[in-house]
Design a protein around this ligand. Structure first.
Ligand code: SF4
Length: 512
Protein backbone atom coordinates (compact mmCIF):
# COMPACT_ATOMS: atom_id res chain seq x y z
CA UNK A 1 0.00 0.00 0.00
CA UNK A 2 1.33 3.44 -0.95
CA UNK A 3 2.37 5.56 2.02
CA UNK A 4 0.69 8.81 3.05
CA UNK A 5 3.66 10.71 1.62
CA UNK A 6 3.14 9.02 -1.76
CA UNK A 7 -0.49 10.15 -1.71
CA UNK A 8 0.51 13.72 -0.90
CA UNK A 9 3.08 13.78 -3.71
CA UNK A 10 0.84 12.23 -6.33
CA UNK A 11 -1.53 15.21 -6.33
CA UNK A 12 1.13 17.92 -6.27
CA UNK A 13 2.81 20.14 -8.84
CA UNK A 14 5.32 23.01 -8.67
CA UNK A 15 2.56 25.51 -9.52
CA UNK A 16 0.34 24.28 -6.66
CA UNK A 17 3.21 24.34 -4.17
CA UNK A 18 4.25 27.86 -5.23
CA UNK A 19 0.65 29.01 -4.75
CA UNK A 20 0.71 27.55 -1.25
CA UNK A 21 3.99 29.31 -0.47
CA UNK A 22 2.52 32.63 -1.57
CA UNK A 23 -0.66 31.94 0.39
CA UNK A 24 1.18 31.19 3.62
CA UNK A 25 3.49 34.11 2.89
CA UNK A 26 0.44 36.41 2.92
CA UNK A 27 -1.37 34.75 5.82
CA UNK A 28 1.63 34.17 8.10
CA UNK A 29 2.55 30.97 9.90
CA UNK A 30 -0.83 30.19 11.54
CA UNK A 31 -1.57 26.50 11.20
CA UNK A 32 0.22 25.00 8.21
CA UNK A 33 -0.98 21.41 7.91
CA UNK A 34 1.69 18.69 7.97
CA UNK A 35 0.76 17.75 4.43
CA UNK A 36 1.73 21.21 3.18
CA UNK A 37 4.92 21.27 5.28
CA UNK A 38 5.94 18.13 3.34
CA UNK A 39 5.21 19.83 0.03
CA UNK A 40 7.11 23.01 0.90
CA UNK A 41 10.29 20.91 1.00
CA UNK A 42 9.97 20.36 -2.74
CA UNK A 43 10.76 24.07 -2.91
CA UNK A 44 13.60 23.69 -0.41
CA UNK A 45 11.58 25.28 2.43
CA UNK A 46 11.80 23.39 5.72
CA UNK A 47 9.96 24.17 8.94
CA UNK A 48 12.42 23.74 11.80
CA UNK A 49 10.74 22.63 15.02
CA UNK A 50 13.76 23.44 17.25
CA UNK A 51 13.36 27.12 16.21
CA UNK A 52 9.56 27.55 16.46
CA UNK A 53 8.18 29.98 13.90
CA UNK A 54 11.22 29.78 11.63
CA UNK A 55 12.13 27.95 8.44
CA UNK A 56 15.35 26.88 6.75
CA UNK A 57 15.81 27.43 3.02
CA UNK A 58 18.20 25.15 1.13
CA UNK A 59 19.73 26.61 -2.02
CA UNK A 60 20.98 24.50 -4.92
CA UNK A 61 24.55 25.30 -6.02
CA UNK A 62 25.46 22.91 -8.87
CA UNK A 63 29.05 21.76 -8.45
CA UNK A 64 29.40 24.24 -5.56
CA UNK A 65 30.18 27.18 -7.88
CA UNK A 66 28.85 30.51 -6.64
CA UNK A 67 29.14 32.72 -9.67
CA UNK A 68 30.09 36.34 -9.92
CA UNK A 69 30.10 38.74 -12.82
CA UNK A 70 27.00 37.44 -14.63
CA UNK A 71 24.65 39.43 -12.39
CA UNK A 72 24.84 42.87 -10.81
CA UNK A 73 25.24 41.12 -7.46
CA UNK A 74 27.38 38.00 -7.05
CA UNK A 75 25.52 34.91 -5.90
CA UNK A 76 27.26 34.91 -2.52
CA UNK A 77 26.46 38.60 -2.09
CA UNK A 78 22.80 37.83 -2.76
CA UNK A 79 22.89 35.10 -0.11
CA UNK A 80 24.55 37.49 2.34
CA UNK A 81 22.01 40.25 1.63
CA UNK A 82 19.12 37.83 2.15
CA UNK A 83 20.63 36.56 5.39
CA UNK A 84 21.13 40.10 6.66
CA UNK A 85 17.63 41.25 5.74
CA UNK A 86 15.54 38.18 6.52
CA UNK A 87 17.67 35.76 8.58
CA UNK A 88 20.24 36.29 11.31
CA UNK A 89 23.95 35.90 10.89
CA UNK A 90 24.76 32.41 9.63
CA UNK A 91 25.01 30.58 6.33
CA UNK A 92 25.73 26.85 6.44
CA UNK A 93 27.59 24.91 3.74
CA UNK A 94 26.33 21.34 3.27
CA UNK A 95 28.15 18.17 2.27
CA UNK A 96 26.48 18.44 -1.13
CA UNK A 97 28.06 21.83 -1.93
CA UNK A 98 24.76 23.61 -1.22
CA UNK A 99 23.88 26.31 1.30
CA UNK A 100 21.25 26.58 4.02
CA UNK A 101 19.74 29.87 5.14
CA UNK A 102 18.26 29.92 8.62
CA UNK A 103 15.87 31.87 10.83
CA UNK A 104 13.52 32.59 7.91
CA UNK A 105 9.88 33.58 8.50
CA UNK A 106 7.22 32.17 6.19
CA UNK A 107 6.14 35.65 5.05
CA UNK A 108 9.67 36.27 3.78
CA UNK A 109 9.94 33.03 1.77
CA UNK A 110 8.35 34.31 -1.50
CA UNK A 111 10.58 37.41 -1.80
CA UNK A 112 13.65 35.36 -0.87
CA UNK A 113 12.96 32.79 -3.58
CA UNK A 114 12.37 35.57 -6.10
CA UNK A 115 15.62 37.30 -5.12
CA UNK A 116 17.54 34.04 -5.43
CA UNK A 117 16.04 33.41 -8.87
CA UNK A 118 17.18 36.88 -10.01
CA UNK A 119 20.81 35.84 -9.51
CA UNK A 120 20.39 32.44 -11.13
CA UNK A 121 19.92 30.43 -7.92
CA UNK A 122 17.05 28.12 -7.10
CA UNK A 123 15.76 26.22 -4.09
CA UNK A 124 13.77 23.78 -6.22
CA UNK A 125 13.91 20.08 -5.32
CA UNK A 126 16.52 20.52 -2.60
CA UNK A 127 14.46 18.51 -0.13
CA UNK A 128 12.20 15.49 0.21
CA UNK A 129 12.20 12.78 -2.48
CA UNK A 130 14.38 14.60 -4.98
CA UNK A 131 17.79 14.62 -6.57
CA UNK A 132 20.06 16.60 -4.26
CA UNK A 133 22.88 18.88 -5.34
CA UNK A 134 24.92 17.39 -8.18
CA UNK A 135 28.45 17.47 -6.84
CA UNK A 136 31.79 17.64 -8.58
CA UNK A 137 35.41 18.38 -7.83
CA UNK A 138 35.33 21.91 -6.39
CA UNK A 139 38.28 22.96 -8.53
CA UNK A 140 36.84 21.71 -11.84
CA UNK A 141 38.30 23.75 -14.69
CA UNK A 142 41.07 25.14 -12.47
CA UNK A 143 43.13 22.18 -11.40
CA UNK A 144 46.53 21.71 -12.99
CA UNK A 145 46.11 17.95 -13.43
CA UNK A 146 42.40 17.22 -13.91
CA UNK A 147 41.28 14.65 -16.49
CA UNK A 148 38.20 16.54 -17.60
CA UNK A 149 36.49 19.85 -16.79
CA UNK A 150 33.05 18.80 -15.52
CA UNK A 151 31.44 22.21 -14.99
CA UNK A 152 29.24 22.25 -18.09
CA UNK A 153 28.30 18.62 -17.65
CA UNK A 154 27.16 19.17 -14.07
CA UNK A 155 25.03 22.09 -15.26
CA UNK A 156 23.58 20.02 -18.09
CA UNK A 157 22.56 17.18 -15.76
CA UNK A 158 21.24 19.65 -13.17
CA UNK A 159 19.17 21.52 -15.78
CA UNK A 160 17.70 18.27 -17.10
CA UNK A 161 15.78 17.59 -13.90
CA UNK A 162 15.44 20.88 -12.02
CA UNK A 163 11.95 22.26 -12.61
CA UNK A 164 10.84 19.01 -14.29
CA UNK A 165 8.12 17.37 -12.19
CA UNK A 166 8.73 14.02 -13.90
CA UNK A 167 12.02 13.80 -12.05
CA UNK A 168 10.79 15.06 -8.74
CA UNK A 169 8.43 12.40 -7.48
CA UNK A 170 11.10 9.81 -6.67
CA UNK A 171 10.64 7.03 -4.09
CA UNK A 172 13.27 8.74 -1.88
CA UNK A 173 16.16 11.14 -2.34
CA UNK A 174 18.96 10.41 -4.81
CA UNK A 175 22.55 11.67 -4.99
CA UNK A 176 24.64 12.18 -8.13
CA UNK A 177 28.31 13.06 -8.41
CA UNK A 178 30.39 13.64 -11.54
CA UNK A 179 34.14 13.66 -10.95
CA UNK A 180 36.66 14.83 -13.55
CA UNK A 181 39.85 14.67 -11.49
CA UNK A 182 42.13 11.95 -10.14
CA UNK A 183 40.92 12.35 -6.54
CA UNK A 184 37.76 11.20 -4.90
CA UNK A 185 36.99 14.65 -3.48
CA UNK A 186 33.23 14.18 -3.49
CA UNK A 187 33.15 10.62 -2.14
CA UNK A 188 31.80 8.86 -5.22
CA UNK A 189 31.37 5.73 -3.11
CA UNK A 190 28.41 7.18 -1.20
CA UNK A 191 26.42 8.44 -4.19
CA UNK A 192 23.49 6.63 -5.78
CA UNK A 193 24.96 7.46 -9.21
CA UNK A 194 28.62 8.34 -9.66
CA UNK A 195 30.74 9.07 -12.72
CA UNK A 196 34.50 8.84 -12.38
CA UNK A 197 37.06 9.55 -15.11
CA UNK A 198 38.25 6.67 -17.28
CA UNK A 199 40.00 6.07 -20.56
CA UNK A 200 39.06 3.51 -23.21
CA UNK A 201 40.94 3.02 -26.46
CA UNK A 202 42.45 6.47 -26.13
CA UNK A 203 39.11 8.14 -25.47
CA UNK A 204 38.40 9.97 -22.19
CA UNK A 205 35.02 9.33 -20.61
CA UNK A 206 33.58 8.02 -17.37
CA UNK A 207 33.03 4.83 -15.45
CA UNK A 208 29.61 4.50 -13.86
CA UNK A 209 28.99 3.44 -10.26
CA UNK A 210 25.56 2.86 -8.74
CA UNK A 211 23.73 2.25 -5.49
CA UNK A 212 25.96 3.94 -2.90
CA UNK A 213 24.56 5.69 0.14
CA UNK A 214 24.49 6.14 3.89
CA UNK A 215 21.40 6.23 6.06
CA UNK A 216 19.46 4.77 8.93
CA UNK A 217 19.13 1.58 6.83
CA UNK A 218 22.92 1.09 6.88
CA UNK A 219 25.80 1.75 4.50
CA UNK A 220 26.49 0.75 0.94
CA UNK A 221 29.48 1.57 -1.22
CA UNK A 222 28.56 2.30 -4.81
CA UNK A 223 29.04 -0.66 -7.15
CA UNK A 224 31.07 -0.69 -10.34
CA UNK A 225 28.67 -1.10 -13.27
CA UNK A 226 31.36 -1.96 -15.81
CA UNK A 227 30.12 0.72 -18.16
CA UNK A 228 32.25 3.28 -19.98
CA UNK A 229 30.26 6.32 -21.14
CA UNK A 230 31.21 9.37 -23.12
CA UNK A 231 30.68 12.88 -21.79
CA UNK A 232 27.68 13.38 -24.10
CA UNK A 233 26.07 10.15 -22.80
CA UNK A 234 26.17 11.05 -19.10
CA UNK A 235 22.87 12.96 -19.01
CA UNK A 236 20.98 10.15 -20.71
CA UNK A 237 22.41 7.56 -18.31
CA UNK A 238 21.31 9.71 -15.35
CA UNK A 239 17.79 10.22 -16.69
CA UNK A 240 17.26 6.57 -17.61
CA UNK A 241 18.44 5.43 -14.16
CA UNK A 242 16.00 7.95 -12.70
CA UNK A 243 13.24 6.42 -14.85
CA UNK A 244 14.06 2.93 -13.52
CA UNK A 245 14.18 4.24 -9.99
CA UNK A 246 10.84 6.05 -10.41
CA UNK A 247 9.19 2.92 -11.79
CA UNK A 248 10.69 0.18 -9.64
CA UNK A 249 11.70 1.94 -6.40
CA UNK A 250 9.89 0.85 -3.25
CA UNK A 251 7.00 3.23 -2.54
CA UNK A 252 5.58 1.22 0.34
CA UNK A 253 8.53 1.11 2.71
CA UNK A 254 10.49 4.34 2.80
CA UNK A 255 13.43 2.72 4.60
CA UNK A 256 13.81 0.34 1.60
CA UNK A 257 13.42 3.00 -1.06
CA UNK A 258 16.96 4.02 -2.08
CA UNK A 259 18.36 2.92 -5.46
CA UNK A 260 20.53 0.39 -3.65
CA UNK A 261 17.50 -1.75 -2.81
CA UNK A 262 16.56 -2.21 -6.48
CA UNK A 263 20.11 -3.39 -7.15
CA UNK A 264 19.98 -5.68 -4.10
CA UNK A 265 16.81 -7.25 -5.48
CA UNK A 266 17.84 -7.52 -9.13
CA UNK A 267 21.59 -7.99 -8.89
CA UNK A 268 24.02 -5.77 -10.77
CA UNK A 269 23.82 -7.72 -14.05
CA UNK A 270 20.05 -7.41 -14.31
CA UNK A 271 20.28 -3.71 -13.38
CA UNK A 272 22.77 -3.18 -16.20
CA UNK A 273 20.55 -5.10 -18.64
CA UNK A 274 17.49 -3.06 -17.64
CA UNK A 275 19.45 0.14 -18.06
CA UNK A 276 20.74 -0.99 -21.44
CA UNK A 277 17.19 -1.75 -22.58
CA UNK A 278 16.12 1.89 -22.12
CA UNK A 279 19.26 3.59 -23.48
CA UNK A 280 19.59 4.83 -27.06
CA UNK A 281 23.24 3.71 -27.26
CA UNK A 282 25.19 0.58 -26.33
CA UNK A 283 27.01 0.61 -23.01
CA UNK A 284 30.63 -0.30 -23.50
CA UNK A 285 32.58 -2.39 -21.01
CA UNK A 286 36.14 -1.92 -19.80
CA UNK A 287 38.26 1.19 -19.78
CA UNK A 288 41.07 2.16 -17.49
CA UNK A 289 40.25 4.12 -14.32
CA UNK A 290 41.89 7.54 -14.25
CA UNK A 291 41.24 7.98 -10.54
CA UNK A 292 43.69 7.27 -7.77
CA UNK A 293 42.22 4.31 -5.83
CA UNK A 294 42.73 5.75 -2.35
CA UNK A 295 42.97 9.50 -2.62
CA UNK A 296 40.85 12.31 -1.32
CA UNK A 297 41.84 15.94 -1.81
CA UNK A 298 40.39 18.54 0.54
CA UNK A 299 41.95 21.41 -1.48
CA UNK A 300 42.84 23.32 1.70
CA UNK A 301 45.83 25.62 1.31
CA UNK A 302 47.36 27.26 -1.76
CA UNK A 303 47.45 25.22 -4.97
CA UNK A 304 48.57 25.73 -8.57
CA UNK A 305 46.07 26.17 -11.39
CA UNK A 306 46.54 25.00 -14.97
CA UNK A 307 47.21 28.63 -15.82
CA UNK A 308 50.61 29.06 -14.11
CA UNK A 309 49.97 32.74 -13.38
CA UNK A 310 47.24 31.89 -10.86
CA UNK A 311 46.69 29.81 -7.75
CA UNK A 312 43.58 28.93 -5.81
CA UNK A 313 43.17 29.07 -2.04
CA UNK A 314 41.20 26.54 -0.01
CA UNK A 315 39.94 28.03 3.26
CA UNK A 316 38.83 25.86 6.17
CA UNK A 317 35.32 26.67 7.44
CA UNK A 318 34.84 25.04 10.82
CA UNK A 319 31.92 22.60 10.44
CA UNK A 320 30.71 24.53 7.38
CA UNK A 321 29.17 27.39 9.37
CA UNK A 322 29.96 30.84 8.00
CA UNK A 323 29.09 33.95 9.97
CA UNK A 324 27.85 36.99 8.11
CA UNK A 325 30.92 39.07 8.92
CA UNK A 326 33.08 36.28 7.45
CA UNK A 327 30.88 36.06 4.36
CA UNK A 328 31.23 39.82 3.74
CA UNK A 329 35.01 39.54 4.04
CA UNK A 330 35.05 36.48 1.81
CA UNK A 331 33.16 38.41 -0.87
CA UNK A 332 35.58 41.31 -0.53
CA UNK A 333 38.78 39.27 -0.80
CA UNK A 334 37.39 37.08 -3.60
CA UNK A 335 36.82 40.29 -5.58
CA UNK A 336 40.04 41.94 -4.49
CA UNK A 337 42.33 39.04 -5.39
CA UNK A 338 40.25 36.81 -7.66
CA UNK A 339 37.28 37.19 -9.97
CA UNK A 340 34.66 37.23 -7.22
CA UNK A 341 33.81 33.57 -7.75
CA UNK A 342 33.62 31.29 -4.70
CA UNK A 343 33.50 27.51 -4.71
CA UNK A 344 32.00 25.28 -2.01
CA UNK A 345 33.42 21.86 -1.21
CA UNK A 346 31.75 18.66 0.01
CA UNK A 347 34.02 18.98 3.07
CA UNK A 348 32.03 22.17 3.90
CA UNK A 349 34.91 24.50 3.03
CA UNK A 350 35.38 27.35 0.51
CA UNK A 351 37.76 27.98 -2.35
CA UNK A 352 38.82 31.30 -3.85
CA UNK A 353 40.03 30.72 -7.41
CA UNK A 354 42.21 32.80 -9.74
CA UNK A 355 44.54 34.58 -7.32
CA UNK A 356 47.54 36.06 -9.23
CA UNK A 357 50.74 34.55 -7.88
CA UNK A 358 52.34 37.93 -7.38
CA UNK A 359 49.58 38.89 -4.91
CA UNK A 360 49.89 35.77 -2.79
CA UNK A 361 51.90 37.32 0.04
CA UNK A 362 49.39 40.13 0.34
CA UNK A 363 46.52 37.62 0.23
CA UNK A 364 48.06 35.55 2.99
CA UNK A 365 48.12 38.58 5.28
CA UNK A 366 44.33 39.06 5.08
CA UNK A 367 42.83 38.95 8.62
CA UNK A 368 40.03 36.61 7.46
CA UNK A 369 42.58 33.82 7.09
CA UNK A 370 43.02 33.74 10.87
CA UNK A 371 39.38 32.59 11.05
CA UNK A 372 39.10 30.61 7.81
CA UNK A 373 42.55 29.09 7.80
CA UNK A 374 44.59 27.92 4.83
CA UNK A 375 46.72 25.94 7.26
CA UNK A 376 44.35 24.50 9.86
CA UNK A 377 45.20 22.28 12.80
CA UNK A 378 45.28 18.48 12.22
CA UNK A 379 41.83 17.81 13.65
CA UNK A 380 39.94 20.90 12.46
CA UNK A 381 41.12 20.43 8.88
CA UNK A 382 38.94 17.42 8.16
CA UNK A 383 36.07 18.33 10.45
CA UNK A 384 32.58 17.86 9.02
CA UNK A 385 29.39 18.17 11.04
CA UNK A 386 25.73 18.03 10.11
CA UNK A 387 23.21 20.58 11.37
CA UNK A 388 22.56 18.93 14.74
CA UNK A 389 20.11 19.73 17.52
CA UNK A 390 20.17 23.51 17.22
CA UNK A 391 18.07 23.40 14.07
CA UNK A 392 17.36 19.79 13.06
CA UNK A 393 14.30 18.07 14.54
CA UNK A 394 15.85 14.60 14.06
CA UNK A 395 19.05 15.34 15.93
CA UNK A 396 19.86 13.53 19.17
CA UNK A 397 22.84 15.75 19.96
CA UNK A 398 24.31 19.13 19.13
CA UNK A 399 26.95 18.41 16.49
CA UNK A 400 28.77 21.54 15.37
CA UNK A 401 29.97 22.85 18.74
CA UNK A 402 30.46 19.32 20.12
CA UNK A 403 32.71 18.27 17.25
CA UNK A 404 34.63 21.56 17.39
CA UNK A 405 35.28 20.92 21.11
CA UNK A 406 36.38 17.37 20.33
CA UNK A 407 38.74 18.57 17.59
CA UNK A 408 40.20 21.21 19.93
CA UNK A 409 40.75 18.58 22.64
CA UNK A 410 42.49 16.21 20.23
CA UNK A 411 44.57 19.03 18.76
CA UNK A 412 45.75 19.94 22.24
CA UNK A 413 46.50 16.39 23.41
CA UNK A 414 47.69 14.53 20.31
CA UNK A 415 47.79 17.18 17.57
CA UNK A 416 51.58 17.41 17.31
CA UNK A 417 52.08 13.63 17.06
CA UNK A 418 49.28 13.24 14.51
CA UNK A 419 50.58 16.12 12.41
CA UNK A 420 53.99 14.45 12.27
CA UNK A 421 52.65 10.96 11.50
CA UNK A 422 49.75 11.57 9.13
CA UNK A 423 49.16 15.32 8.69
CA UNK A 424 45.72 14.98 10.27
CA UNK A 425 42.73 12.77 10.90
CA UNK A 426 39.25 13.56 9.66
CA UNK A 427 36.28 13.76 12.02
CA UNK A 428 32.80 13.42 10.49
CA UNK A 429 29.86 13.93 12.84
CA UNK A 430 26.13 13.32 12.43
CA UNK A 431 23.45 14.03 15.00
CA UNK A 432 21.44 10.92 14.10
CA UNK A 433 21.66 7.82 11.87
CA UNK A 434 20.41 9.77 8.84
CA UNK A 435 24.12 10.44 8.29
CA UNK A 436 23.99 13.88 6.65
CA UNK A 437 27.52 14.53 7.98
CA UNK A 438 28.86 11.45 6.13
CA UNK A 439 29.99 9.86 9.41
CA UNK A 440 31.12 6.61 7.79
CA UNK A 441 33.70 8.28 5.56
CA UNK A 442 35.59 9.91 8.45
CA UNK A 443 38.70 8.40 9.97
CA UNK A 444 36.81 9.20 13.16
CA UNK A 445 33.05 8.89 12.69
CA UNK A 446 30.50 10.15 15.20
CA UNK A 447 26.79 9.30 15.26
CA UNK A 448 24.81 11.02 18.01
CA UNK A 449 23.06 9.08 20.74
CA UNK A 450 21.14 10.05 23.82
CA UNK A 451 21.83 7.83 26.82
CA UNK A 452 20.91 7.82 30.50
CA UNK A 453 23.68 8.21 33.07
CA UNK A 454 22.64 8.17 36.73
CA UNK A 455 19.03 8.65 35.69
CA UNK A 456 19.80 11.70 33.54
CA UNK A 457 19.90 11.95 29.74
CA UNK A 458 23.30 12.95 28.40
CA UNK A 459 24.58 13.50 24.87
CA UNK A 460 26.62 10.56 23.65
CA UNK A 461 27.92 9.02 20.47
CA UNK A 462 28.66 5.81 18.69
CA UNK A 463 32.27 6.22 17.62
CA UNK A 464 33.58 4.66 14.42
CA UNK A 465 37.24 4.42 13.42
CA UNK A 466 39.29 3.86 10.34
CA UNK A 467 37.68 4.91 7.08
CA UNK A 468 40.01 4.53 4.15
CA UNK A 469 39.63 7.13 1.40
CA UNK A 470 38.73 6.50 -2.18
CA UNK A 471 36.56 4.33 -4.38
CA UNK A 472 38.47 1.24 -3.34
CA UNK A 473 38.77 2.26 0.29
CA UNK A 474 36.46 1.25 3.11
CA UNK A 475 33.98 2.73 5.53
CA UNK A 476 34.99 3.05 9.13
CA UNK A 477 33.86 0.46 11.68
CA UNK A 478 32.10 0.76 15.00
CA UNK A 479 34.69 1.07 17.74
CA UNK A 480 32.69 1.99 20.85
CA UNK A 481 28.98 2.60 21.24
CA UNK A 482 27.05 4.93 23.52
CA UNK A 483 30.09 6.89 24.72
CA UNK A 484 29.10 9.95 26.79
CA UNK A 485 30.43 12.86 24.72
CA UNK A 486 32.60 14.25 27.50
CA UNK A 487 34.51 10.94 27.59
CA UNK A 488 35.06 10.82 23.81
CA UNK A 489 38.13 13.13 23.76
CA UNK A 490 40.26 11.21 26.33
CA UNK A 491 39.30 7.82 24.87
CA UNK A 492 40.15 8.87 21.34
CA UNK A 493 43.39 10.57 22.40
CA UNK A 494 44.53 7.30 23.94
CA UNK A 495 43.82 5.16 20.88
CA UNK A 496 45.32 7.77 18.55
CA UNK A 497 48.50 7.88 20.63
CA UNK A 498 48.86 4.12 20.19
CA UNK A 499 48.17 4.44 16.47
CA UNK A 500 50.82 7.05 15.83
CA UNK A 501 53.44 5.34 17.96
CA UNK A 502 52.98 1.90 16.39
CA UNK A 503 51.91 2.46 12.81
CA UNK A 504 53.49 4.03 9.80
CA UNK A 505 52.53 7.12 7.90
CA UNK A 506 50.49 5.59 5.08
CA UNK A 507 48.64 2.91 7.00
CA UNK A 508 44.95 3.10 7.62
CA UNK A 509 43.80 4.27 10.99
CA UNK A 510 42.13 1.19 12.41
CA UNK A 511 41.82 -0.03 15.97
CA UNK A 512 43.57 -3.34 16.55
FE1 SF4 B 1 19.58 16.16 11.16
FE2 SF4 B 1 20.31 13.65 11.49
FE3 SF4 B 1 20.77 14.86 9.16
FE4 SF4 B 1 22.16 15.58 11.29
S1 SF4 B 1 22.21 13.55 10.31
S2 SF4 B 1 21.16 17.00 9.86
S3 SF4 B 1 20.70 15.33 12.92
S4 SF4 B 1 18.77 14.41 10.03
Amino acid sequence: MATKIEEIKSNASFEEIWKKIKHYGREGLGEIPDEDLHLLRFYGVFYRKPTPGYFMIRVRVPGGILESGKFTTSQLEALANITEKYGRDIIDITTRQQVQLRWIKIEDVPPIIEQLNRVGLTTLQTGHDNIRGVTTCPVAGLSADEVMDTRELVKEVNDAFVGNWKYTNLPRKLNITIIGCHDDCTHAEINDIAFTPAERKGEIGFHVWVGGGLGPWGTQRSLFLDAFVRKEEVKEVCLRILDLYTEYGNREKRNRARLKFIIDEWGLDKFREKLQSVLSFKLKRGGLARTHPHRHNDHIGIHPQHNPKYVYAGLNVLTGRLYLSQVRELIRIAKEYGTGEIRLTTDQNVIIPNIPKERLLEFKSEPLLSELSINPSPFTRGLIACTGKTFCPNALIETKDRSKELAAYLDEHVGAEVMKATGGLTIHASGCPNSCGNPHTGQIGIIGKKIKVDGKFVEAADIYLGAEFGLYGGFNELWKSRVPFEEAGPLLAEVIKRFVSQKYKYETFREW
